[in-house]
Design a protein around this ligand. Structure first.
Ligand SMILES: O=C(O)CCC(=O)C(=O)O
Ligand SMILES: [Fe+2]
Length: 341
């Protein structure tokens, strides 16, 4: 598929005006930001993850993110999913909004913060320059009926691919989660009860190429994920950055590898030993970027017990985050639940 994909398929807010406010950066960096290449990002081999526990522990405690290699998901599936996703995004805005109606897949844009129906929360002031589809995996099988899609085979093939990919991702997530938490579980009552695979969600994102990048225009602004763990699969365009010890690290895209990052729930259950790492996505001037994220959470109603935080459920957390985004304007996150004193 093309990088010159039809401009009309982008939501209007992304078609940035040709105004002096939007100037070209020689380097897409602001002065206070040092981007370091990700040569040093920890690498974990999925094939021997259980023999790499010490390395995994260090990666989780010191980085909150690592590169996963040797994950075993067939390259053909990854390629097909990327191709099909690009074709889906190339539809007009109007048809993207309707493409999966009657199925649990929803289209959103401008913010990754969604309500329980998978619709974008009220538009924040700094709109993220991206669009996406949200796929709650456990709701998918009941809705995979080709006849819903009329003559267009694309939504059907997308759903089959996404479902197959989702099955792989939850398998990876379970193994990674177990390997990470084994150490924690010795101290805590039972970590395994926190991982709820039916909560698994896939997000397929497209970030447009934006030739004139404004200081405040981001593909996705700095944030932490609310998940236990997130598994990111990006194309070769680049733009993903992680924050560590005062610096932003640019992640170099490497084919057939995933980036695994820890979310707020992992930080909570590990009593802050493991970090919910801050990250963001830069826009590219020349190429649109496609990424697919998998996110998994604790069950809605399971109470999370830890020393550092008051007992709370993931449902309490999500409600608080949504409330903060709509009232305060941004996610406050874990500090809301910290035990005082
Ligand atoms: O597109 C990406 O690579 C990152 C997406 C992300 O950080 C998120 O969905 O939380
Ligand atoms: Fe994220």
């Amino acid at each position: 598929m093309s990088d010159s994909c039809s401009f009309e398929s982008y939501p209007p807010r992304f078609q940035l005006p040709n105004s002096p406010l939007y100037h070209d950066h020689e380097e897409d960096l602001s002065i206070d930001e040092v981007v370091i290449d990700s040569e040093t990002l920890p690498v974990i081999d999925f094939g021997c993850i259980n023999e790499e526990k010490e390395k995994l522990h260090e990666a989780c405690a010191e980085w909150g993110v690592f590169r996963l290699v040797n994950h075993g998901i067939p390259t053909s599936l990854l390629n097909q999913l990327h191709e099909t996703s690009k074709q889906v995004f190339d539809h007009s805005l109007e048809s993207k909004q309707k493409l999966f109606s009657g199925s649990p897949i929803t289209y959103f844009r401008g913010t990754p913060a969604l309500n329980s129906k998978g619709m974008a929360l009220q538009e924040p002031q700094n709109v993220d320059c991206m669009e996406g589809f949200n796929v709650p995996l456990s709701q998918l099988p009941c809705h995979t009926h080709a006849d819903e899609d009329g003559d267009d085979p694309l939504p059907t093939s997308f759903r089959y691919l996404i479902q197959e990919y989702g099955d792989h991702q939850s398998r990876l997530a379970e193994t990674i989660y177990k390997a990470i938490t084994e150490r924690q579980c010795e101290a805590l009552e039972d970590c395994s009860s926190y991982l709820a695979l039916p909560t698994g969600v896939l997000r397929v994102y497209r970030y447009p190429a934006v030739s004139q990048i404004n200081e405040s225009s981001w593909g996705m602004d700095a944030h932490t994920d609310s998940s236990l763990i997130s598994i990111l699969n990006e194309d070769l365009v680049g733009g993903l950055q992680f924050y560590r010890l005062g610096h932003w690290f640019h992640v170099r895209p490497i084919p057939n590898t995933f980036i695994v990052n820890l979310g707020d729930m992992m930080q909570a259950i590990s009593d802050d030993e493991y970090k919910s790492v801050k990250h963001r996505v830069r826009l590219n001037k020349l190429k649109e970027r496609l990424s697919i994220g998998y996110f998994v959470f604790p069950d809605d109603n399971t109470l999370i017990h830890s020393q550092a935080y008051k007992p709370f459920s993931y449902s309490d957390f999500r409600t608080q985050v949504q409330q903060d985004i709509t009232t305060v304007g941004y996610k406050v996150g874990l500090p809301r639940f910290r035990r005082s004193g």
